[in-house]
Design a protein around this ligand. Sequence first.
Ligand code: ADP
Ligand code: ASP
Ligand code: MG
Length: 449
Amino acid sequence: MAGLFCWGDFGTVLTLRRDLNRFFRADAIKSRAFIPPSMALIVQKYGGTSVGNPERIRQVAKRVARYRAQGHDVVVVVSAMSGETNRLIALAKEIQPHPDPRELDVMVSTGEQVTIALLCMALMSLGLKARSYTGAQVRILTDSAHTRARILRIDEANIRANLAAGSIVVVAGFQGTDEHGNITTLGRGGSDTTGVAIAAALGADECQIYTDVDGVYTTDPRIVPEARRLETVTFEEMLEMASLGSKVLQIRSVEFAGKYKVRLRVLSSFEEEGEGTLITFEEDNDMEQAIISGIAFNRDEAKLTLLGVPDRPGVAHQILGPIADANVDVDMIIQNVGVDGLTDFSFTVHRNEFSKARAILEQVQPHLKARDIRGDDRIAKVSVVGVGMRSHVGIASRMFRALSEEGINIQMISTSEIKISVVIDEKYMELAVRVLHKAFELDRAPTGV
Ligand code: ADP
Ligand code: ASP
Ligand code: MG
């Protein structure tokens, strides 16, 4: 099925050559072993640990060579060597405590430029043809929002020409260029998004995200060793988990996969075999489906409360309008039921924006005659996620009971159709994740619902 796809704001027309039916049939999704069709086009993304030293890079080259030997076309997207992006950011901060965003992008994008060249050298040592490209050389066009740019268009002509000439193409993740030629970066973890976006632009048969775990787990296995790998996870669940803090995939990469129906799989670069986790686009209606698929957590947020604001129309706008005008994203919002014409108003923002948001509230306070401002940047958000919630009741009460049995106080609650999130004291975060993992029996294979 050839189709015309519009990309982002630019409305660029891309021709995708994917036969959707072939890849999204339920039996294909269920199949245990991943056997790519012969002569497939595969995009493989390798994260920082997977290219963390010369030996790891050689291992990556060997895996790519195996796919090539099976007759597949391979485009590889790589991150910087592990720790390198942090090192570069710290270096910048030694010179300028709040680094200039344009210059920071010029600097941090070098991490990926190193690994593309090293991987090409490793591939050449194996006798393969390989060619590296920075984001700007491919022409991954982004907007100009330095340090968190969005991809608008990818010119895939260079990549296609190299593939046609029998080369493996190695592209730097995490970076692009804006319309003025400035180097931009896509936000932390952005190489995932480069991988999926290239797969979408090329109409690749599969995008494989290689990392240091062998798939998406019921929760971060570093926190809960009993966490279980999921064979499949629905796109919606993955989107929630990524947005609620599971760093295994950058949220924008999941959004891209959903929008362009990219077949996306998370795998380990440390293991030879294994199917990893496939992101599916259909709800799994069979009896094996668990009600809760995973638990996500996030300590990046901070909470602000205005006490004793008038309970009248327009107050929420008076509080959050200036916050939005200052480009501060708000996550959870809670307004109490009014008593005697007054109410309390709380919301959460990213921890990096805590002081900025607090300063704005200090300006708003006198206009609203609010009694006080309270702030807490030592909170954590813990969420349970699962499409099974749609058809089952009692999930919230099970969650709240498990937390109360450990004496964990819930400060805020928010829900959607497939998730329940609570804000708690940061110091109980790991405990909360562990008890919820147990309460929802996520350490055991689902036995039906
Ligand atoms: P990479 O450098 O390969 O991009 P990341 O560190 O960004 O790797 O993502 C992989 C890490 O994500 C894992 O090591 C794991 O600790 C963490 N993680 C968080 N939540 C999950 C989850 N639900 N499943 C698997 N890994 C998770
Ligand atoms: N190197 C970048 C980071 O550390 C991008 C990535 O690894 O995906 O965030
Ligand atoms: Mg990552």
